[in-house]
Design a protein around this ligand. Structure first.
Ligand code: 2P0
Length: 330
């Protein structure tokens, strides 16, 4: 009745920004991401068989408010499938990277929770069911069940059963690809992704334009990733990130996730490219740029981010699948 899982976060190259169903977390568009190894979240879940409230601890603190509610909802879904006899759950989760700093910690967290909770309830591994459960916690988590390059299919069904992450290429497909997260800010962002995307859908006149290109862009990036064409991937990822941020800037009130240092890094990237260095950027809903490069140019790309005022650069490579591990957190 106890299981522990570890999952990596992911960074989208063609992004998800906006829900067509808030409760089931169904997106307006498909998206494609690469898994960020070695960063990870580890989660242990035990179903105690007893009555009472779930006990939920995240990064050393008892979870409260909306964070607690989201975990409770996910556990409830597992109980609905596995039966009431499972009882209350105890969950302890720990990440090895800063939460809410623009890195999608919720993606790794809900992916690890989905794998651990289903295993603790006695289910065999099933990446589709795990991805759907993870999605109910946080949309991007549907892309962290499998490693490498994962497409979250938009799906058409109102019940969301066709909206899950699907691995297209595993982590061995492009082992020298590097994603460098430039920590230009460690502050929690003022507007969380969930609220930001809702406001963009509801108030930005640019939102329909943003969704219009999405399915085509996913198809296009799959072709570029297949050929391991960094220039084509980089150009498309940059354009897609700018358009996502443009749709958010068009919201009322406007949503600007960028800081001056974000733009400095972006400018520096462009400068490096003019000197023949292969480096592009993408951005999540936060100020920390993620540079896309390869081993060859990794050191130079990292140095330029530090020179623009980053406090740290986190070096990532394509990571593997979410896995069950033997060492429990309690
Ligand atoms: C993505 N982001 O595709 C996009 C790009 C941020 C910018 O998915 O409301 O934490 O829990 O589904 O998944 C972050 O949003 O939002 C995100 P919910 P989530 O990675």
């Amino acid at each position: 009745m106890k299981a522990t899982a570890r999952a990596h976060p992911n960074i989208a190259l063609v992004k998800y920004w906006g829900k067509r169903d808030e409760k089931l977390i169904l997106p307006h568009q498909s998206s494609l991401s690469v898994t960020l190894g070695p960063l990870s979240v580890t989660t242990t879940v035990e179903f105690t068989g007893e009555k009472g409230a779930d006990q939920i601890e995240i990064n050393g603190k008892l979870a409260e408010g909306s964070e607690r509610k989201r975990v409770e909802e996910a556990l409830k879904l597992v109980r609905a499938e596995g039966g009431r006899k499972l009882g209350a759950a105890k969950m302890v989760s720990r990440g090895d990277f800063p939460a809410a700093a623009g890195l999608a910690s919720s993606a790794a967290a809900f992916a690890a929770l989905a794998v651990a909770a289903r295993a603790a309830a006695g289910f065999k591994r099933d990446t589709r069911a795990e991805s759907i459960l993870a999605r109910r916690g946080s949309g991007s988590a549907s892309r962290s069940i499998q490693g490498g390059f994962v497409r979250w299919n938009r799906g058409r069904r109102p019940d969301g059963e066709d909206s899950f992450g699907e691995q297209l290429f595993d982590e061995a497909h492009w082992p020298d690809l590097r994603m460098l997260v430039g920590m230009v800010s460690r502050e929690e962002k003022e507007v969380k992704s969930r609220d930001g995307m809702r406001s963009t859908v509801d108030t930005s006149p640019y939102y329909p334009a943003w969704t219009k290109d999405a399915e085509r862009e996913v198809k296009e990036i799959v072709r570029h990733v297949k050929r391991r064409d960094l220039e084509a991937v980089g150009e498309l990822a940059e354009r897609n990130a700018w358009r996502m941020h443009a749709s958010a800037l068009g919201a009322n009130p406007p949503l600007c996730y960028l800081k001056p240092a974000t733009l400095s890094v972006i400018e520096a990237c462009r400068g490096l490219r003019q000197q023949g260095v292969g480096v592009w950027f993408t951005l999540d809903a936060g100020p920390n740029p993620v540079l896309l490069t390869t081993v060859k140019d990794e050191a130079l790309a990292g140095a330029i981010v530090m020179a623009q005022g980053a406090t740290e650069v986190v070096h990532c490579a394509p990571g593997g699948d979410a896995q069950l591990v033997e060492t429990h957190l309690f």
